[in-house]
Design a protein around this ligand. Structure first.
Ligand SMILES: Cc1ncc(COP(=O)(O)O)c(C=O)c1O
Length: 354
């Protein structure tokens, strides 16, 4: 039975990418050796790393603008502390926007390094909206935000201007929509949503912002060390980097971010339209802040839960249960999810109401 994978992450990847990745496990580069049994310093793997890094810059339109791409480990969660370690001045201050669980975790880690000002928070309404009209202190070394709130289904539609540096956790919407990526000085994202399997973290950083905060940074946590070794200071997560490279190539062949954004908007419109017009459902997030990646919604009559759950599960839908902090349902519609899968879900929602 065909599966429709709405999982929040790890999540759906393009079939074509999975086929190529499977083949490379047995025979990579026609050398009769597996991708995961050759040296990360061998030419075939170095080429993979270089290709992945250059595709990132090309897709984000950041070529020749002073940015470097890293593939690190430790997940986006390690970036929560690497960012202040590398960017927060001794006795400095940083500004954070609190839009959900992941922002809060980033704030918690940053507080270990210095003065952190939370400029606004949507915690008062269980993070169902994005705060607006907040002020970023002029003396903040950097401003940190989470572009897409995977758990709550909200997304920043625009980004503030700041005197300091701009840092963004784009774990759950990177490569999904067109943005002026050059407004950010540092972007990070766990691979396991729009890019590849869990195990590697993408960091895109403007090189000239580093090495200026006067801290002694342990090597593994120092972006400059990783840059100086081309993301190979220690053994990289070779499989995750390879699959990320394949997914980035898939996206480029499709027409890049411009093309995928169109498809992502069509998927989101189809689902939100049903949520808004079907009396048996209601959206969890404020309409203007809704995420195109993760749609959160609830039944208006909980007694229908068993029936609805049976219906979507028997249609081959996977991963639709909401996160425990919101309840209800969450449809994650990452880049690789076809419109057809959203149509299957919408048809079931209609059927429940017929
Ligand atoms: C927006 C966001 N930031 C950070 C994380 C944490 O990522 P990791 O598990 O790679 O540490 C997640 C995980 O889902 C996320 O969605």
């Amino acid at each position: 039975m065909k599966k429709h994978n709405f999982s929040a992450g790890p999540c759906i990847l393009p079939q074509d990418v999975l086929k190529k990745a499977s083949a490379a496990i047995l025979n990579f580069n026609n050398d009769n050796l597996s991708l995961i049994e050759i040296s990360h310093r061998s030419a075939p793997f170095v080429n993979v790393m270089e290709k992945a890094r250059s595709l990132v810059l090309e897709l984000l339109n950041l070529e020749d603008k002073g940015y470097t791409v890293l593939f690190l480990q430790g997940g986006a969660s390690l970036e929560f502390l690497m960012v202040p370690y590398n960017l927060l001045n001794m006795n400095g201050k940083a500004a954070y926007l609190d839009t959900g669980t992941w922002s809060s975790k980033a704030i918690k880690e940053a507080k270990l390094f210095g003065d952190i000002e939370v400029v606004a928070s949507s915690k008062d309404k269980n993070y169902n909206y994005i705060p607006k009209n907040y002020k970023i202190p002029a003396d903040a070394d950097y401003f940190h935000c989470t572009s897409n709130n995977t758990i709550f289904g909200t997304q920043l539609k625009s980004f503030p201007k700041t005197h300091g540096l701009m840092v963004c956790d784009m774990s759950s919407d990177i490569f999904s929509r067109q943005l002026d990526f050059s407004q950010f000085d540092l972007i990070y994202a766990g691979a396991q949503k729009n890019m590849g399997p869990a195990g590697t973290t993408l960091v895109v950083v403007k090189e000239d912002i580093l090495g200026k905060n006067g801290r002694q940074i342990p090597s593994m946590l120092d972006y400059k060390v990783h840059i100086s070794k081309d993301s190979m200071y220690n053994t990289p997560s070779v499989f995750a980097v390879y699959v990320s490279m394949l997914t980035l190539q898939w996206l480029k062949d499709l027409g890049g971010i411009k093309a995928i954004e169109k498809i992502n908007n069509a998927k989101a419109e189809l689902l939100y339209n049903e949520i808004d017009h079907n009396p048996l459902f209601r959206g969890a997030a404020e309409k203007e802040d809704r995420s195109t990646m993760n749609a959160t919604f609830l039944l208006t009559d909980d007694s229908l839960k068993e029936k609805f759950d049976t219906m979507w599960k028997s249609a081959g839908i996977n991963g639709l249960n909401g996160h425990r902090s919101v309840g209800g349902y969450r449809a994650s519609m990452y880049n690789a999810l076809p419109l057809e899968s959203v149509q299957v879900l919408v048809d079931i929602m209609k059927k429940l109401n017929s």
